[in-house]
Design a protein around this ligand. Structure first.
Ligand SMILES: Nc1nc2c(c(=O)[nH]1)N[C@H]1C(S)=C(S)[C@@H](COP(=O)(O)O)O[C@H]1N2
Ligand SMILES: [Mo]
Length: 337
């Protein structure tokens, strides 16, 4: 029965799938996240077919799964209309089933594998050049970051596909304020969780785990730099980087590091995961620029996720008015890789 329903919502005509169907799918994914014991019955309950389920106990547990995320109370958040987009929002089922998350595999179809990421308990360490280094529980941190807001941002992967999604969360500057950095801090280094037992990709020793990214303090405190805790008006699913990930839409997607556990304030420029792997192709700045090709492909256009339409790529991914000043007088830097 489970298998049959699974196939039902994985039909190729994704664009025409009614909202209710994929909302049920999200319920199903949450049920999976609730625990392996429930997995066998979760499909039934999450598909709204509770009358058929004989095991009422399991149904009850599944029904409770969404509220067991204590941050669910913060959704949906009011949209911040400062950042407007000229594109339709990508279908939720596309943005949540086509992902880059190398911790779970070096291909796009990792969303099921990522359901194994336990997002509670979760702690975030703030350290380095700050007044008080501390490790905070995620829910304490999220409470301190209220109110959340929603922002619709474009996302341009360096591989030349793109999407447009409504993130929920808070500006990174709010976290910087919370951290109280010393004036000597020049960069923030951001780090993804490290646990090869749940993230099989991390057993691939040729990658420089954990996934690291960095921003200058000026970039991090620019209002556009956002910490996303949710997407499509709900808490973030694991595959998109729960419980919190960066969203810096003027930079190539790889800068938007997922599932963060640590923010280190430093005066040393961080060497990111991709830069460490292949510095000739992926640099620190990684600002979107259609005129500077990748070593192996053109960056002039991009494929829109869902419709597969080819559209021109924009300078700073269309966010130049907000961020181009950050790079004045930095012409010696490789700003576009
Ligand atoms: N920890 C971690 N963060 C990551 C990645 C990753 O592999 N691991 N991939 C990056 C890349 S290349 C992109 S395009 C975006 C994809 O985000 P999405 O899956 O939410 O679309 O996440 C970025 N953040
Ligand atoms: Mo990417």
């Amino acid at each position: 029965m489970l298998i049959k329903r699974w196939k039902g919502w994985e039909i190729p005509e994704r664009e025409v799938t009614p909202h209710s169907v994929y909302m049920n799918r999200r319920g199903f994914m949450r049920a999976l996240a609730a625990g392996p014991i429930l997995a066998s019955t979760a499909g039934l309950a999450a598909c709204g077919d509770e009358s058929q389920a004989q095991d009422s106990k399991a149904v009850e547990q599944v029904a409770k799964a969404p509220v067991s995320d204590p941050s669910a109370i913060y959704y949906p958040a009011a949209r911040n209309e400062t950042y407007r987009v000229d594109r339709p929002i990508t279908a939720e089922e596309d943005a949540t089933t086509y992902n880059n998350f190398y911790e779970f595999g070096s291909h796009k179809n990792i969303w099921q594998a990522a359901q194994g990421l336990p997002i509670r308990p979760w702690t975030v360490t703030i350290d380095g050049m700050v007044e008080n280094a501390q490790t905070v529980d995620i829910d304490t941190l999220l409470k301190a970051m209220q109110p959340f807001e929603e922002r619709v941002y474009r996302h341009r992967c360096v591989e030349a596909w793109s999407m447009t999604v409504p993130w929920t969360g808070f500006p990174l500057s709010k976290l910087v304020e919370f951290a109280k950095p010393l004036s000597s801090a020049k960069y923030i280094k951001m780090q993804t969780f490290q646990n090869p037992d749940i993230a099989p990709g991390q057993r691939q020793f040729w990658y420089p785990w954990p996934y690291i990214e960095g921003l200058t303090m000026a970039e991090a405190t620019n209002d556009l730099a956002f910490i996303a805790t949710g997407i499509y008006g709900e808490p973030m699913p694991p595959q998109n980087g729960a419980p919190l990930r960066l969203a810096v839409p003027w930079k190539y997607g790889f800068k938007s590091v997922k599932s963060l556990v640590r923010f280190t304030f430093t005066d040393q420029r961080p060497v990111s995961f991709w830069e460490d792997l292949q510095a000739s192709e992926y640099g620190f700045w990684a600002n979107v620029n259609p005129d500077v090709d990748h070593a192996r492909w053109s960056q002039a256009t991009e494929r829109v996720l869902g419709t597969n339409e080819r559209v021109p790529t924009l300078m700073f991914n269309g966010y130049g008015e907000f961020v181009s000043d950050l790079y004045k007088g930095m012409d010696g830097e490789k700003l576009y890789m």
